[in-house]
Design a protein around this ligand. Structure first.
Ligand code: PMP
Length: 341
């Protein structure tokens, strides 16, 4: 018999897929790491498990404690999964732009959700960051603090980086990764650059966020900040889990291009990613334009498009946002007449 005892044993070691049709016009090989095949369906599983296990080891997390954090949804889902598997209660503050599917998933795992307004800055007492922070200071709560916790970075340094290095036989030349907390790109980038300093680490920032200027112009001041529609990347706050020293430069991926690219990927290759998968692929294609056949680009499908069926995969929602999408040709078949109508 081959089996595991806990769902958490299945975290990580996600597969790499070589992209085909969508990138066929480009010379480099482009690979995508399918993070949506983690048990809780996103890139956050390793981090959630790592921080909770380290909390248990250090004695900071005790039986009966309530785990708390703020999240754009996926970290909350991952942490709820680990909390359920290890027997903890959990509560998460999430902004009201978060998809219905992700909020339902957090609740389905048994955790509580505090919905907070999206359109307030991080230091407003109503923000998801401040709501989680305040709860996290109370006795009986264990605060994950994914945006500032160095264990977030370490989880990717110990796991995501080595997985990519091994699966590409050390041939990776470029990593393209979006930045939310910064944990993925900082930990993975650090590991890969230690293995081979020539590897280029390229960040992806959505519109209205500060990572682009932080890295490319070395400033976090005077930037026009606003919430983007893509969920999971971007920040209006200086976050300690992001280490710009491991990032060569940052590409800006706009909401519209991100959604359109993800929608293309699922129809052309059957790979169903969320909005940031589209941002990543769009950015990876910009990088690839200037490179030859020797380049090996790795990017990530951080979560599944199933989390956004009511948003970016809804034609109606896309039109409401003002994004042009191809008109669908009539497909329905009349049962009575057995012909296309
Ligand atoms: N994409 C998605 C869909 C995410 O949920 C996240 C995590 N917020 C990221 C990308 C970015 O990962 P990180 O927080 O490690 O920077």
């Amino acid at each position: 018999m081959k089996y595991v005892n806990k769902i958490t044993e299945l975290i990580g070691n996600t597969p790499l897929i070589k992209l085909g049709k969508t990138v066929a016009h480009l010379k480099p090989s482009i690979f995508m790491k399918l993070e949506f095949l983690n048990p809780a369906g996103a890139v956050k599983d390793r981090m959630a498990y790592y921080i909770i296990k380290e909390g248990e080891k250090s004695g900071q997390l005790k039986k009966g404690d309530v785990i708390v954090d703020n999240s754009s949804g996926n970290a909350a889902i991952a942490t709820s999964m680990v909390a359920a598997a290890l027997g903890y209660k959990a509560v998460f503050a999430v902004a009201d732009k978060t998809s219905r599917e992700k909020i339902d998933l957090i609740r389905a795992y048994g955790a509580d959700v505090i919905i907070t307004p999206t359109h307030v800055p991080w230091d407003d007492p109503r923000s998801s960051y401040m709501q989680a922070y305040e709860l996290g200071q109370q006795p009986g709560y264990f605060y994950i603090s994914q945006y500032h916790n160095q264990l977030n970075v370490e989880a990717h340094y110990r796991h995501t980086g080595p997985e990519i290095w091994e699966d590409t036989d050390g041939k990776i030349t470029h990593l393209v990764a979006g930045i939310g907390t910064g944990g993925t790109i900082s930990g993975t980038g650090k590991f890969l650059k230690e293995k081979n300093p020539d590897i280029q680490v390229i960040g992806v920032d959505p519109e209205g966020s500060m990572f682009y200027d932080w890295v490319n112009n070395d400033t976090t001041e005077g930037i026009e900040l606003y919430p983007c529609k893509v969920e999971g990347i971007g920040t209006d706050m200086v976050v300690k889990a992001f280490h710009p020293e491991y990032v060569d430069y940052v590409i800006r991926a706009m909401d519209k291009e991100s959604f359109i690219t993800a929608r293309r990927l699922v129809r052309e290759e059957g790979i169903m990613g969320g909005g940031t998968t589209g941002s990543h692929l769009w950015a990876a294609m910009q990088v690839a334009k200037d490179l030859d056949e020797k380049a090996v680009i790795v990017t990530l499908a951080c979560d599944s498009g199933q989390r956004y069926l009511s948003k970016m995969y809804s034609d109606e929602w896309m039109r409401e946002q003002g994004y042009d999408i191809e008109e669908k040709k009539p497909q329905a078949v009349s049962l009575e007449q057995g012909r296309q109508i």
